[in-house]
Every structure is written in structure tokens, then in C-alpha cells.
Design a protein around this ligand. Structure first.
Ligand code: SF4
Length: 325
């Protein structure tokens, strides 16, 4: 399959606001949110981006759409460097590349009806006549399970259930017929009963509409259901990247193993790895030297503190940023 989206050495640092002296100082403190991240996503693929909060997953997602500007590095869409797109090209890109955020309530305007909210991107991009837009919106509403569409079209966000709100957000993202969707923790705020339905819907929409996803999650169990490959992030870096099956059956990086050990299993007697990482994720303002994971890693040795371990291919299609064999 051809590559649809890729990143090369993507970096995002957020300068911290301090005194006037700090603003002009070369030593101004920065949050190292994304640190030389490279990956590619093939057409029709679902790549999971997993890790604890503060790992840089959501920032990476926003960089792909250029909702924020990278400090350095490249993002390519269909082989073209998005970071050098003009305003006009960026507008066209946003028709084809969309994002769904985790909190549907804060993504929907309380003053816009369901119909208005889903129609809005069509108006922005000048797609279709009034009649064609309504037809497309009603059709899509039925596809995402907002049924009966004619009835829900006039409802407002406060009149919807959590599951319906998330479906509206999905429909709004899909109405311009994008080919790539960044789904940023799309079920994190949903009730347990709704989560499975939204995931099923995303899988079905991917099949029916030929979509490609970057699926951002802190929950590996969810990633297992939807993703073809999974990249695990820790403090702004990808520490492991592998197919879903390999990651779950033969994880290599100690952080991946720790995350997997935290995934709930239905059997209460099942043996669990007790080597969970010690302590909290360190600050991204002053990340640990060498391997960022060394203060929490049960296998750390002196050289782990010295140099950044490269993300190397340790088995066909499996990459790990760890010095262990
Ligand atoms: Fe642990 Fe060292 Fe591997 Fe980092 S490089 S994960 S500290 S063993």
C-alpha cells in the first residue's frame, strides 16, 4: 500500500513564559513535547499512537494537520511536505485530513443544531448547493447511527446523549469526505456502553469510506481492537513500533511491557508482570538524559543514562528504542 501520511524527525517545543530576560535568553526553558518522531501510515491503515498522558501523542496529532507549527522536521501528505503549504493549500488539505477530539461537548457549539454543525464544514469549503448539502448530511447521519436523521437534524447538543454527541462529531469530521482522520482519544469521555459502539462504528466507516486513521489512545486494549500497527510514545519519543499482533505477543521495550501489564484481563487468576514502572512520567521541561525511561526502568544500566537509544529494527517490522537484545 502507498504511504498516505508520514513524519520525519518531527520536533515540537513549547517555550515557557517567564520574565522578560527569559524571553530573550538562549537558555529559555522549553517543553519538549515531540522529540524527533518519524513514522509512516499506509493508505487504509490504522496506526495507533499509545502512551500515558504527557507523552506527546495529541501534540503529534495536531502537528499532522498543522493546527500547530512544528519546531523542525517534516510532515508529508501524499508525498508533499505539509509544513511548507500555502494558506490555500492548507485549506484544501483540511478537506481531506480531519480530526476528532475526545470531548464532544467542548467541540460542539451549544448554539448550533446538529444539522448546522455537520453542514458547517461544507459551507467553509464551498461544497455543494444548499439542497445537496442537506442530502449529504442526512445520508451521513444515518450512516453514523444518528437515526432518524430528519428528527435529530434539528436537535441541539444539550438534547443529545453522550454517544449521539460523539457521532455528531464524527459525522462533522467525515462530511467533507476526507481520506485521513486523526482520532484523538475519541472514546475517552464516553460511557463504557457507548465505547464499544463507537469503536465498531469507526471500524465500519473505515471499511465503507476507505479511511486511514491515526488513532490516539492511552488504552492499549482499545488500540488492539482497531489498529493494524501501534507506536508507543514516552516523553515525546516513539519507543516501540510494531504490528498489533507482535506488540501484544512479543513486546520488546520495557515501557511497552509495563503498559501491557496494566491492560485489564478478564481472568482474575491470570499472572501479571509486576515490573510496572516506578514513579510518575518525568517533566518534559527537563527530561532525563539518554533513554528518557531510565529513572523508571527496572533494567536500566549506566549507559542508558548516556545516549539516546536509536529506534532500531529488532525483528522484521518491529522497532524498539532500547539497548536490550
Ligand atoms: Fe531501560 Fe536502558 Fe532499555 Fe531505556 S535503554 S528501556 S533504560 S534498558
Amino acid at each position: 500500500m502507498a504511504t498516505l501520511v508520514s513524519t520525519t524527525d518531527l520536533v515540537k517545543e513549547f517555550p515557557l513564559h517567564g520574565s522578560l530576560f527569559d524571553v530573550f535568553s538562549a537558555r529559555r526553558k522549553r517543553v519538549h513535547a515531540v522529540d524527533r518522531v518519524s513514522f509512516s501510515i499506509a493508505e487504509g491503515e490504522v496506526l495507533g499512537l499509545a502512551g500515558e498522558s504527557g507523552s506527546g501523542k495529541s501534540t503529534t496529532g495536531r502537528l499532522l494537520l498543522r493546527l500547530i507549527e512544528p519546531t523542525s522536521g517534516a510532515v508529508e501528505y501524499r508525498g508533499r511536505n505539509v509544513t511548507s503549504f500555502s494558506a490555500r493549500e492548507l485549506e484544501r488539505l483540511r478537506e481531506k485530513v480531519q480530526i476528532v477530539f475526545q470531548d464532544p461537548n467542548s467541540s460542539l457549539s451549544p448554539r448550533m443544531s446538529v444539522g448546522q454543525a455537520i453542514t458547517h464544514p461544507l459551507q467553509i469549503h464551498g461544497i455543494g448547493t444548499t439542497v445537496e448539502r442537506k442530502e449529504r448530511v442526512l445520508d451521513l447521519m444515518e450512516k453514523v447511527g444518528l437515526s432518524p436523521a430528519e428528527f435529530l437534524y434539528r436537535k441541539y447538543p444539550h438534547q443529545l446523549s453522550g454517544g449521539q454527541s460523539q457521532r455528531v462529531v464524527l459525522a462533522r469530521a467525515l462530511v467533507t469526505q476526507p481520506d485521513f482522520l486523526v482520532a484523538d482519544e475519541p472514546i475517552a469521555m464516553a460511557d463504557v456502553s457507548v465505547r464499544a459502539l463507537i469503536l465498531q462504528l469507526m471500524r465500519q466507516l473505515k471499511r465503507d469510506m476507505g479511511l486511514t486513521y491515526l488513532f490516539i489512545t492511552h488504552d492499549l486494549a482499545t488500540a488492539k481492537y482497531l489498529c493494524d500497527r501501534i507506536a508507543v510514545m514516552y516523553l515525546g519519543r516513539i519507543v516501540e513500533l510494531a504490528s498489533r499482533d507482535t506488540l501484544f505477543s512479543r513486546p520488546h521495550h520495557p515501557y511497552t511491557k509495563a503498559l501491557l501489564a496494566a491492560v485489564p484481563v478478564p481472568d482474575p487468576k491470570a499472572r501479571r508482570d509486576k515490573n510496572l514502572p516506578k514513579g510518575e512520567i518525568p517533566s518534559a521541561i527537563n527530561p532525563p538524559s539518554g533513554c528518557h525511561f531510565h529513572p523508571r526502568c527496572p533494567y536500566a544500566v549506566a549507559r542508558c543514562r548516556e545516549a539516546r537509544p536509536p529506534l532500531r529494527e529488532i525483528a522484521p517490522g518491529q522497532f524498539s528504542a532500547c539497548i536490550l537484545d
